[in-house]
Write a protein that binds this ligand. Structure first.
Ligand code: LLP
Length: 399
């Protein structure tokens, strides 16, 4: 495989992604539920189709993601549309495509949805994203349920929003939504937010407002390395089920926990270098290919592809991009003789890996492969140098 394709390249395991989905699915037992894959984790159409084929729905946050979800065969009735900045065009498109619901992030947005519904003559299905004010204990960049966060609406305002929906001909309350953050590695924040939502549903019931579903969002953490202790998918689901009224359909929006552990990034060592007592292993994948370590200081295991029991030495694994923040791992134990032409695998990169890649330093984005048993298929070819400039236009005064 490495002889056929140039590195860096992403590889995903179909079997693992399917297993992750079915373990979530099985955990619900008889309870009405739906698993809406959060496309933002990895929107390659082969991956979205994998979940569509298993009966999965989608959580989308842009018109582009809506396009991808529909193109990959996800039933519009299984699509929720989230995001703080939905535009007029995005709302109109979602309405026309008959999606399950807009997860609404503010009162002005709600009013705009009603206006568009009226204009095109369609009752808009909505669920308010409530901000429960819960600290999920993750990186501040990916905590979304804190009171001061830009996401969701406070409890008091949400209650007002549902009264507004009840009294508006062009809106229909379908559900209630929350999402408190990502890479949450304990059950407690989920129990707290589920209880919060259950209380809120009771408040709504006293006002004669009933819903069809509760959307608990995503955020289920995965272990990044053997030592990290993270609850099982079934435990996450159970922590929610135990706190929510059994009649309502429960939606979850996992992204990372479906695809994160199913992907690795293969990179080739260009050379090694010593500088002021530091050892650097310079590889052909940079922060443009995989930005999580640079952006969040995220830890990903890095494993030599060639197995060896030789002596190890500590080194920083860095990319070729011209920034000191361009690293894949710091102070890693790697075989002492590891050098030019050897391959390394950066683990657990299936979520927010390729998806957050860029062309920084004019580096074409890498290839993506999907493995099924002992076969593999290219699911996205490597970008060419022509791709780098294809949308650029030389103005007449420079020709
Ligand atoms: N639903 C909503 C409304 C979300 O905002 C997100 C993620 C998800 C579902 C999926 O969350 P997951 O199950 O993947 O944790 N780029 C960051 C993660 C950003 C997550 C944003 N929202 C990273 O690389 O860690």
């Amino acid at each position: 495989m490495l002889r056929e394709h140039s590195t860096p390249l992403y590889i995903y395991s179909l079997a693992l992604m399917k297993r992750n989905f079915t373990s979530f699915d099985g955990a619900f037992g008889e309870r009405p539920h739906a698993i809406h894959y959060a496309l933002k984790a990895n929107s390659n159409k082969a991956i979205v189709k994998t979940f569509a084929d298993l009966g999965g729905g989608a959580d989308v946050v842009s018109r582009g993601e809506l396009y991808r979800a529909l193109q990959s065969g996800i039933d519009p009735e299984n699509i929720v549309f989230a995001g703080v900045g939905k535009t007029f065009e995005e709302i109109k498109k979602g309405l026309k495509k008959n999606i399950l619901a807009f997860n609404v992030e503010s009162i002005p947005e709600l009013k705009l949805i009603a206006k568009i519904g009226k204009r095109i003559g369609k009752v808009a299905p909505v669920s308010m994203r409530i901000n429960p004010g819960i600290d999920p204990g993750t990186d501040p960049y990916i905590a979304t349920g804190l009171k001061e966060s830009k996401f969701g609406v406070s409890k008091e305002k949400t209650l007002m929003a549902y009264r507004f929906i009840r009294d508006n001909t062009w809106l229909e309350a379908k559900g209630v939504h929350t999402h408190i953050g990502s890479q949450i590695t304990s059950l407690e924040p989920f129990v707290r937010s589920a209880k919060f939502i259950q209380d809120f549903i009771c408040n709504l019931a006293t006002e004669g407002i009933s819903l069809e579903f509760v959307d608990m969002g995503g955020g289920f953490g995965i272990p990044y390395g053997k030592e990290q202790n993270v609850p099982q998918r079934t435990e996450f689901v159970n922590s929610i089920l135990e706190s929510i009224d059994s009649k309502l359909k429960i939606i979850i929006e996992p992204g990372r926990s479906l695809v994160g552990g199913a992907g690795m990034l293969i990179t080739r060592v260009i050379r090694t270098k010593e500088s002021s007592g530091n050892r650097f292993t310079i590889v052909d994948a940079g922060m443009n290919d995989f930005v999580r370590p640079s952006l969040y200081n995220a830890h990903h295991e890095i494993i030599p592809v060639r197995n060896s029991c030789e002596k190890k030495a500590r080194s920083d694994v860095v990319g070729p991009v011209c920034e000191s923040g361009d690293f894949l791992g710091k102070n890693r134990l790697l075989p002492q003789t590891l050098g030019e032409g050897d391959y390394l695998a950066v683990m657990d990169v299936g979520a927010y890996g390729y998806e957050m890649s860029s062309n920084y330093n004019s580096r074409p984005r890498p290839l993506e492969l999907l493995v099924k048993h002992n076969k593999f298929a290219v699911i996205r070819s490597k970008e060419s140098f022509g791709d780098l400039t294809k949308h650029e236009v030389l103005p007449g005064f420079l020709r």
